[in-house]
Design a protein. Structure first.
Length: 201
């Protein structure tokens, strides 16, 4: 946790760090989308602040085994970005569940440990393999939102619901690329959540 040293279990130690500037596109000491901290304006953390926040953070990443060849690209991109900015690898715990239906319970169990500063849920729900996939998607999203509010647990969702997914090599590569981009976006969002937690204490 931020402000306390925690050691997480079930580590993922296979991904090499990515240079921070590759994703953050820093302009001077601040992110390019930063606005000044004048009254009434939103301020995003500087690069140094992001590094300090991540160095003290504990993060859980929960992903589905279903479509693992796609969703793993999200985890890998996220891991490369946050470790490149200073998150100790041992402070990132990775958990796997069979499918999207099992995500909410795993997230809730982790949230109740009060161990993680941010929990990330990652999966893919497609209309090509699940009957009325929109019912499943709505159920999962509603459950994740309920957990976030009930447990006051910062939570990020990378559960995507492509309308058309047929799994041929070209289509698969396209979605793998999309999930990699999503992983980098999650890293940015994660830093902002950590920043907000620190300011809301």
């Amino acid at each position: 946790m931020i402000g306390a040293s925690r050691i997480a279990s079930n580590r993922n130690k296979t991904t090499a760090p990515l240079a921070p500037a590759t994703f953050w596109n820093w302009k001077g000491d601040s992110m390019t989308d930063q606005t000044t901290s004048q009254a009434g304006q939103v301020r995003t953390p500087s690069r140094q602040e992001a590094q300090e926040l991540l160095a003290a953070a504990d993060i859980a990443f929960v992903q589905t085994e279903w479509h693992g060849d796609v969703v793993s690209h999200c985890r890998e991109a996220f891991t490369q970005t946050v470790t490149g900015l200073g998150l100790p690898m041992e402070n990132l715990a990775v958990f796997e569940v069979p499918g999207a239906f099992e995500l909410p319970l795993e997230v809730q169990l982790l949230a109740r440990q009060r161990r993680y500063d941010v929990i990330i849920a990652c999966g893919m729900i497609t209309n090509g393999s699940v009957y009325r996939f929109d019912f499943l998607a709505q159920t999962v999203f509603d459950a994740l939102m309920s957990i976030q509010l009930a447990e006051a647990q910062p939570l990020l969702s990378a559960v995507l619901t492509p309308i058309q997914f047929h799994g041929d090599p070209g289509h698969l590569k396209e979605f793998q690329s999309d999930f990699a981009v999503w992983g980098e976006d999650l890293a940015r969002a994660c830093v902002k959540l950590l920043h907000n937690q620190q300011n809301n204490r």
